[in-house]
Design a protein around this ligand. Structure first.
Ligand code: NI
Length: 227
């Protein structure tokens, strides 16, 4: 399941985040690459562990924690500290896989990457190209969202970023380990949560069907989740 979440950042937060990262120090994007993706990647990345990356990363973590849609769709257990990249003219990231296990350099913090997340930090009309293309059994999904919007997709998907031909594409990207490892189970929980919210808005939280659906949700979560 691919999930698009609008307005993770307000326009003010996009500007504040951009001010922090634009003033930071940028290095070759291959700092975080695995062997295969090293061959495919041509972009720049905000220096990992830098003050700018830390401050901007905290902004992203705070914003996703406030988003009910993010929490319901991702059921996050551990989130890797957000990274930031940018693609100038001619830069691209060819088809690659994201590493299954991510270890934070110099620490014992380690996650299994279940979901990949991209938070767009530039308006789509400010650059040409730079689409995120995610492949699954239903075909190719092309994603280029407004600044402040985010997309989540299974980290198991092959994906690439098409070459930027004008302007600069700036984004935050990171991975997370979900409490629910299986994408199919997580998707059913997300749908069940959504329909429960819909019914609750219509009938109120003390409606018998709403209570039963909520019970069902939590019992499935109890069966499938690691916490
Ligand atoms: Ni990737």
């Amino acid at each position: 399941m691919m999930l698009k979440i609008p307005a993770i950042f307000t326009p003010d937060e996009v500007r504040e985040c951009r001010a922090i990262i634009d003033a930071g120090s940028w290095v070759d994007g291959n700092e975080t690459s695995g062997h295969q993706s090293r061959l495919a990647k041509r972009n720049e990345q905000l220096a990992q562990g830098s003050e700018a990356a830390h401050r901007a990363g905290q902004m992203v973590l705070a914003a996703i924690g406030r988003s009910p849609l993010f929490v319901s769709g991702a059921l996050p257990l551990k989130v890797f500290p957000p990274l930031f990249n940018r693609y100038g003219e001619g830069q691209t990231f060819d088809t690659h896989v994201d590493n299954a296990i991510r270890q934070l350099r110099g620490s014992d913090f380690r996650i299994r990457s279940d979901l990949s997340c991209t938070l767009f930090l530039e308006e789509p009309d400010a650059y040409d190209g730079g689409e995120l293309v995610v492949q699954d059994l239903f075909g190719e999904h092309r994603v280029k969202l407004a600044a402040g919007d985010m997309v989540l997709y299974p980290a198991s998907s092959l994906h690439h970023v098409t070459p930027v031909t004008r302007g600069v594409r700036t984004a935050s990207f990171f991975w997370l380990q979900s409490m629910v490892r299986e994408h199919g189970q997580r998707e059913q929980l997300f749908r069940l949560d959504g329909v429960t919210q819909m019914l609750s808005a219509e009938k109120g939280g003390s409606d018998a069907a709403v209570i039963e659906l909520t019970n069902l949700y939590h019992n499935l979560l109890r069966m499938w989740a690691d916490a």
